[in-house]
Structure formats: structure tokens, C-alpha cells
Design a protein around this ligand. Structure first.
Ligand code: WTA
Length: 648
């Protein structure tokens, strides 16, 4: 081993896990040399109407990319997440719901109650005309109805598209139209950090541009007075009271679509990542059990929002498929104060806690006294996901939240991958702060040079790609298979390209260094620079815009915008505020620019292509090493950009 900081698994972690280092290595080898045998065995963790006889049928060969797992299998995802647990754990708590306001009561939803709630919602959807294969858009806050709605769709074979409640009406409308949803599920309002989020009003605005939507199912959540439109809008609680509390789950083919989740790429509008039934659930459930070494009765809390993939796989599908108790938290880490997470840990005796580096850094900044105020001896394991974690934050998490006792699981994965791809098996793999460590079963990471040369030596640096398929992989971009093939399989032939840079150290550990494409990761939220740019140029005073990321102490990356105004327009501080508010309104608060620099000209090649490399360097305040600028049409613009840089 190298001389880097290494944490050996604790005696407690070793004692409870079935996965020793040797077993991991042996199973890993088997998973990649005999994927059919290995995954046929893993698929037995689910209940199938018809067990698959064909296991893996996949090709990464451009342009004939095709991914199928368990293709002749038949199952129902909601049945696997609920019904099959009823006989022996119907009274176990499936979901603990913790409200935004700590003064309000938590809810404890057993598997039996979950069954009834989901069946009623399924019957309501059916009564609204939703059929197998239809798309349903879910725009809800972090309330149990979000999980009910997802599972109800899965139960009747409808395809859900959950849209994060922080997205604007415009962003919502685009997503509704792209997948052609006739039904939208929302709430009167959401609550976050003591503030109301006007979800129904946002839906009303969005639907002005969505002619295909026929019905809106509305959860009565805060009781706010909202406009209900004639025959279009229906109260959830009224509809649910009028239907049967049971519903026969629809038998689904393993490769039928389960959900669409929109995510940002380096170009164009967000793409609808499509996941299917059998492979996704097998993978979400196996990774949930093994990455966290989950055992029955433990309380598992992932702080993500169901609007992101982490919420899909590790609040809803993975934990529920495993009969776990999963916490759903409506609030934010800093309200009413920075002890809120730890108060919830104490209150619900959370055993496994899973959050994002941005939250860890923010809470670290607020001071460790908050974590010291609460009784957190229930904690056994801490997860981190969504962006690279700096070793300093990792160590703080380990020491002040985990009190030096808890295993830290840094899991690297993506919306596209369905579940964890690189993460330490607790109790088996020694950890290094900042490294996601080793691949999960079936995952074959490779490091390529940016030009595509396979780096065969252990110690290597370059871009991260994956050599072969795993069951949780996305199957296509909804409605645009060519985009799927081009985005992920065209640049490095024969591989799935992740868009991330990485380093592999002498021990074979992977260190993810962040995106190498034009995707930003702001507080763990994925955003395309192209989306922010197109919002900016939609403003009447803006002629051109280029957006890049820059290092930000809390958010990981901040949003840095170079803006060229229309001839005759004057720059001003008011216009900076106006543009920030504009982007917020166009996309949502997560896309609010941090820094705006007026750029009379952008660095372009003679063929008119913006040289982003230079813009990134200036934004990073690292303009000493701009590289070759001789190919620029007007090299003088660079001096102006450096002179007026904002990140000093
Ligand atoms: C980044 C979130 C470093 C990465 C699950 C990836 C990470 C993108 C990690 C996907 C990690 C996620 N360490 N970087 N542990 N986890 N990322 O689709 O850049 O929202 O490509 O999925 O987040 O973001 P997405």
C-alpha cells in the first residue's frame, strides 16, 4: 500500500459483514468473467412472475448499441417493493417521514399502510385513464405521496418522470412535453426551510404550454388556497377516498420502461434518461444492500430529493425492495439551524446516513458544535455521493459526525448508471479520503487518455469509461436513441463514456476528478452550461453568453457567466441582479449564476468556436497558464477578460 492516508475497516464493520476482502475479490472476478451466471443468481433477490432465461444481451459497439438484461423475465416493481414484504414485515416501518418543521409530527408508514396508499393511488391513476406505458409527470415536494405516486405508476406499468420541485414552470413544461405526459401529479405547495414553494401555481403556468395534459392530481399538503381548474384538477385525497384499497400489480416485461429522469448533458436540452424494470431494480437493491451493508431493522436515511436519481435508487426503490426503513426528509440542513440533520439522526435513531459533499462542507463551515449537541450513537455508516469530496470534508465527516467510529462510503455513480458503480464495500475495502475506491460487482472501469488510448498500467490518469454493461445501466434517451448512442458511445468506441475525469493510484483505487465535459456540478446538482447560456441569451439585453464552472468552497462548483450585451446596452450592478433573477426564473434557483462578468468579446477561434479552455482558466483565476492563444481571431479579448475577472 502507498503512504497515503488509509482507514482500515473497523472491527465492528468487519464483524457484521459477509463480504471480506477475499470474497469481494472472488465475487468481483466472477461477476466480470461469468456475468450470466453471476447476475442470474443476483436476480433471485427479486420475486418474478417469470424468471428470466436470457440474462445479458448487450453491445457497446457503435453505432449498434443495445442493452438488454433479463429480457424474457416478467415482474412488477411495486410488488417487489411492497407486497412481497407484507407476510413477514407488514408492520415494519417502510417510510419515516420527517417534516420540514421540527415542531410538526413525523409520520411512520408501515409496509401495510404503504400498500394501501399505493393501491389507492394506482386505482386513481387508472380512473384518470392512465394505462400501461403512459407517461406521468410527478412534481412533488419531499412528502410520502411522492413515493406513493412513483410506486403507483410502477404498479400499473405507467412510466414516471419525476421533476425536481425546484425547477421553474418553463423547465417543467419542457419535461412534460418531451415525454408527452397527459397526467401531472403535484401539491398545492411544498415546504422547504420554512418557506412555501408554489408548486400548483408553477404547474398552472407550465400547463399554458402543455396542450397534452388532461388531468392534474393535487395533494392537499399545506392547505394553501390554490385555484382548481374545472374538470382538469382533482384533489388526491378526494379521489383516493373513492377507489378500492387494493389493486392487482401489472405483470411487466423486464425491459419495459420504469421511469424517465431528465438530466443535463454537455449540449442542448436535458435528456430523458430511461431506466427499465428488472435490471434497474436488481441493481438498485443489490447496491443498497452491499454498499451500506444494510440489515433488516436498520434505519436508513438518504438526504437526497426524489427529483434526482439518488432519491429514486436510495430513498425509494433500493431500500423498499430490500424491506428497509427509509427516511424521507422534507427540509434542509440549515433550517431552523445547522443542527437539523443531527436532530433527525437522534430523533429517529438513524443507523446509516447518506448525504452530499456540499452539505458536509456547509455544515463543517457552521462549526462542529452542532454535531456535538445531539446523541448520534445510532450511526454506523456515513455515505457521500454526488460530487468529489475533498479530503478535509471527508475527515471532518468522519471525526465530527461519525465520531471516528463510522465507515465512510464514497459512492461514485450517475443518473445514467442507475446505482453505485465505484464504492468501498464496508468492512472489506480500506478507505482513502477522497477516493471512491473500487468497482462494484460487474463494473469494469477503464482509464483512457483523452485521445482514447487505454491505460493498462495500474497507476494512470485520464478519462473514466466503462468496458461492459451492468444491469442498472440506462437503456436509451427517451424518444431519441441516436442521442444516447452519440452521447455515450461515439467518442471512445466500444466503451460507455462517463464524462468524468479520473486517476487510478498504485493500489488500483479510483479518484474521480470531476466532469471533463460542459456539465457543471453545483451543490451536487447537475447542470449543463448550455442550459444556463440559453437562458441568458433569452434575455433581451444579452447578445452572447458563455458559462463555465469555477471552484467554490461550499458548492463544489460555482456558475461563472461571461455576458456580452447587445450594442447600446449599458452594464450595471442592477443588470447583474436582473440577469441572476432571470436565470433563476428560467431554470430554477439551483441555476442562479454566482459571478457575471461583462465581456465585450469572447475568445473565439477564426472559425467562430468559443475557446472554453481559456474562459475556464480565467474563471479559476489561473490565467498564468492559458496555453496557446495564437489561434484566436482576436487575442486581445483575453487581456480584457483577465483585467475584469470576477473570481479574485
Ligand atoms: C459526479 C448523481 C465524485 C460525477 C448520483 C458524475 C461524483 C455526476 C460522485 C453524476 C462521487 C457523483 N465522487 N463525483 N462519489 N458521485 N459524482 O447524474 O461527476 O446527478 O458524473 O448522479 O456526479 O451526477 P448525477
Amino acid at each position: 500500500m502507498s503512504d497515503q492516508l488509509i482507514f482500515q475497516p473497523s472491527a465492528a464493520a468487519i464483524a457484521r459483514t459477509h463480504t471480506t476482502k477475499e470474497r469481494y475479490e472472488e465475487q468481483y472476478q466472477r461477476s466480470v468473467t461469468d456475468p450470466n451466471g453471476f447476475w442470474a443468481e443476483q436476480a433471485q433477490r427479486l420475486d418474478w412472475v417469470k424468471f428470466p432465461t436470457v440474462i445479458k444481451n448487450t453491445s457497446f459497439q457503435y453505432p449498434d448499441v443495445s442493452i438488454k438484461w433479463f429480457e424474457d423475465g416478467v415482474l412488477n416493481v411495486a410488488y417487489n417493493c411492497i407486497d412481497r414484504h407484507l407476510a413477514d414485515r407488514g408492520d415494519d416501518v417502510a417510510i419515516i417521514w420527517e417534516p420540514d418543521n421540527p415542531e410538526d409530527e413525523a409520520e411512520y408508514i408501515t409496509y401495510r399502510t404503504l400498500h394501501e396508499k399505493v393501491c389507492r393511488c394506482a386505482n386513481v391513476l387508472k380512473s384518470l385513464g392512465v394505462k400501461k406505458g403512459d407517461r406521468v409527470t410527478i412534481y412533488l415536494p419531499m412528502i410520502p405521496q411522492a413515493a406513493y405516486a412513483m410506486l403507483a405508476c410502477a404498479r400499473i406499468g405507467a412510466v414516471h418522470s419525476v421533476v425536481f420541485g425546484g425547477f421553474s414552470p418553463d423547465a417543467l413544461a419542457g419535461r412534460i412535453n418531451d415525454c408527452d405526459s397527459a397526467v401531472v401529479i403535484t401539491a398545492d405547495e411544498g415546504r422547504r426551510g420554512g418557506k412555501a414553494v408554489p408548486l400548483k401555481a408553477n404547474v398552472d403556468k407550465a400547463l399554458q404550454d402543455c396542450p397534452g395534459v388532461q388531468k392534474v392530481l393535487v395533494v392537499h399538503n399545506t392547505g394553501a388556497d390554490v385555484a382548481m381548474k374545472g374538470s382538469r384538477d382533482i384533489w388526491w385525497h378526494e379521489a383516493a377516498a373513492g377507489v378500492e384499497p387494493f389493486n392487482d400489480p401489472e405483470p411487466m416485461n423486464a425491459e419495459d420502461p420504469l421511469f424517465i429522469l431528465y438530466t443535463s448533458g454537455s449540449t442542448g436540452k436535458p435528456k430523458g434518461v430511461l431506466h427499465t424494470q428488472g435490471g434497474y431494480l436488481t441493481y438498485a437493491s443489490l447496491t443498497h444492500e452491499l454498499s451500506f451493508d444494510y440489515k433488516r431493522g436498520e434505519v436508513f436515511w438518504c438526504t437526497a430529493d426524489v427529483g434526482w436519481v439518488t432519491g429514486h435508487s436510495y430513498i425509494v426503490y433500493g431500500p423498499l425492495a430490500n424491506g428497509a426503513t427509509t427516511v424521507m426528509f422534507e427540509g434542509i440542513p440549515s433550517w431552523p439551524d445547522c443542527g437539523r440533520f443531527w436532530q433527525v439522526v437522534e430523533r429517529h435513531k438513524v443507523n446509516i446516513f447518506h448525504t452530499a459533499p456540499t452539505a458536509i462542507r456547509a455544515l463543517m463551515g457552521a462549526g462542529s458544535e452542532w454535531a456535538d449537541k445531539y446523541e448520534m450513537s445510532s450511526l454506523r455508516l456515513l455515505g457521500t455521493v454526488g460530487e468529489p469530496i475533498n479530503p478535509e470534508a471527508w475527515l471532518w465527516y468522519h471525526e465530527h459526525v461519525g465520531k471516528g467510529r463510522c465507515e465512510i462510503v464514497d459512492a461514485w455513480w450517475q443518473t445514467e448508471t442507475g446505482g453505485h458503480m465505484i464504492a468501498p464495500f464496508p468492512g472489506a475495502i480500506p478507505t482513502k479520503p477522497g477516493s471512491a475506491t473500487m468497482p462494484f460487482y460487474g463494473v469494469q472501469p477503464v482509464v483512457l487518455s483523452p485521445e482514447g488510448q487505454l491505460q493498462e498500467q495500474t497507476k494512470a490518469e485520464g478519462v473514466l469509461a466503462i468496458k461492459d454493461s451492468w444491469p442498472g445501466q440506462m437503456r436509451t434517451v427517451y424518444g431519441d436513441h441516436q442521442r444516447f448512442v452519440d452521447t455515450y458511445f461515439s467518442q471512445y468506441k466500444g466503451y460507455y463514456f462517463t464524462g468524468d475525469g479520473c486517476r487510478r493510484d498504485e493500489d488500483g483505487y479510483y479518484w474521480i476528478t470531476g466532469r471533463v465535459d460542459d456539465v457543471l456540478n453545483v451543490s451536487g446538482h447537475r447542470l449543463g452550461t448550455a442550459e444556463v447560456e440559453s437562458a441568458l441569451v433569452a434575455h433581451p439585453k444579452v447578445s452572447e453568453a458563455a458559462v463555465v464552472g469555477y471552484p467554490h468552497a461550499v458548492k463544489g462548483q460555482g456558475i461563472y457567466c461571461y455576458v456580452t450585451l447587445m450594442a447600446g446596452e449599458q452594464s450595471s450592478d442592477e443588470l447583474v441582479s436582473e440577469l441572476k433573477a432571470w436565470v433563476r426564473k428560467e431554470i430554477g434557483p439551483i441555476a442562479t449564476p454566482d459571478l457575471i462578468q461583462w465581456a465585450p468579446g469572447l475568445p473565439k477561434t477564426r472559425s467562430g468556436k468559443i475557446m472554453r479552455r481559456i474562459l475556464r482558466k480565467v474563471a479559476e483565476n489561473d490565467f498564468g497558464s492559458l496555453g496557446d492563444t495564437s489561434t484566436l481571431a482576436d487575442p486581445a479579448v483575453v487581456d480584457d477578460l483577465i483585467e475584469n475577472r470576477q473570481n479574485r
